[in-house]
Design a protein around this ligand. Structure first.
Ligand SMILES: NC(=O)c1ccc[n+]([C@@H]2O[C@H](COP(=O)([O-])OP(=O)(O)OC[C@H]3O[C@@H](n4cnc5c(N)ncnc54)[C@H](O)[C@@H]3O)[C@@H](O)[C@H]2O)c1
Length: 353
């Protein structure tokens, strides 16, 4: 099987490519990337050493994708995944890469009758409806209250039944629009497709920055002694996200590629869920424990556009369909990020600090 991973030099794409190359000797793995993300170039030697073919290609350009040749399966991981990029004038690149790029990938898949795994995001859920959710303020975090005004929301998080009406940032809108295209191509070309709406994904080799990859960004700041800030919601650091170890994500996507029929036409939330979540305050405590260091953490009470106080993936629909479960805890994720920085300190320092 020849598997194309678009955005394959990025955090998730390279993790998938390297894992597939080592697990499936009979698969040919090819990645394409335009190396737009700072730090993605650091993955090229790792991919080469694992025998993964690299094509310098931009998903906005159909001719670039043509150079990849025949593919049996396509995992769409190319994106501008930063919410802030779309809010700060990078809209054209966001829409062109996330939406037009997805369209070009689907056209390629249709021509080769290839299976498609699409990486979507929890950001497809509208912001205003999430702002209306009832919260309970605990010592270290906000929790979602038991009774919620909106269907598809509860203490375990947000499910696929959460209403999709309303604005969601340009990033979320471009990904939701791409999801709609996936459904169209599945129907009109008979493609086997699956859409994963991931919450925060984290782990080693994520080129974390303040607006994307927040858990790596947090650990990097503790490691290198750089100041941080709790931004929004009164500046107390009680906002919460679930996080999924990238190795857990790899296990899920591997199964989806191995059993296309089982997954065809499905859209699921996938994330760490309530048990796999952290507030920023709790993240700081863990980072302090793991690094043995402390850093100055400021408070900025003003909340950023498009931010939400809590996001937890309610994965009950996914769990009813598969035995897959997230196996790595938030503490393990932070330990793995710490080990990665420690083992590649010079490289990480040059690329990210
Ligand atoms: N990391 C997360 O927490 C998370 C959560 C939910 C969904 N996702 C989705 O997962 C996918 C991968 O995200 P990631 O975290 O690996 O991001 P990443 O930025 O590390 O990887 C994306 C890669 O796409 C490449 N790219 C960007 N524009 C391109 C273009 N026009 N043509 C070709 N390549 C291009 C970048 O250079 C980068 O290497 C994205 O679709 C993202 O929306 C990520």
């Amino acid at each position: 099987m020849r598997v194309l991973i678009t955005g394959g030099a990025g955090f998730i794409g390279s993790s998938l490519a390297l894992a597939f190359a080592s697990r499936h000797a009979d698969w040919q793995i090819v990645v394409c990337d335009n190396l737009y993300r700072r730090g993605s170039e650091l993955n090229l030697p790792r991919l080469k050493a694992a025998g993964v073919e690299f094509v310098h290609a931009d998903v906005r350009q159909p001719a670039d994708l043509e150079r990849v040749g025949h593919v049996d399966a396509l995992v769409e991981c190319s994106a501008e995944p930063s919410v802030m990029a779309s809010e700060q004038g990078g809209g054209e690149f966001v829409v062109q890469t996330n939406l037009l790029g997805a369209y070009n990938c689907l056209e390629l898949a249709a021509r080769h009758r290839a299976q498609v795994v699409f990486l979507s995001t929890s950001r497809v859920y509208p912001v205003a409806a999430q702002e209306q959710l009832r919260l309970v303020e605990g010592e270290t975090r906000f929790e979602l209250a038991d009774d919620q005004p909106t269907p598809g929301a509860g203490p375990e998080g947000i499910s696929e039944r959460f209403p999709l009406d309303g604005a969601r940032t340009l990033y979320g809108a471009s990904k939701l629009a791409a999801e709609l295209l996936v459904t169209e191509y599945a129907a009109s070309h008979g493609l086997k497709t699956v859409v994963n709406r991931f919450g925060v994904v984290a782990g080693p080799w994520q080129m974390g920055k303040v607006d994307q990859g927040v858990f790596t960004h947090w650990m990097l700041s503790f490691y290198f002694g750089r100041p941080l800030a709790y931004i929004g919601y009164g500046g107390e650091g009680k906002q919460v996200r679930d996080l999924l170890h990238v190795d857990d994500l790899v296990d899920l996507v591997d199964d989806q590629l191995v059993r296309p029929g089982h997954w065809a036409g499905r859209t699921y939330n996938a994330g760490g869920g309530r048990a796999g979540s952290l507030s920023l305050l709790e993240t700081s405590a863990l980072c302090r424990e793991i690094t043995g260091r402390d850093v100055e953490i400021g408070r900025i009470s003003e909340t950023r556009t498009g931010d939400v106080p809590v996001y937890l993936s309610d994965c009950s629909a996914l769990f009813a369909h598969t035995d897959w479960r997230p196996r790595r805890s938030p503490a393990q994720i932070l330990h793995d990020i710490f080990d990665w920085i420690h083992d590649h300190e010079a490289l990480v320092r040059s690329a990210l600090t």
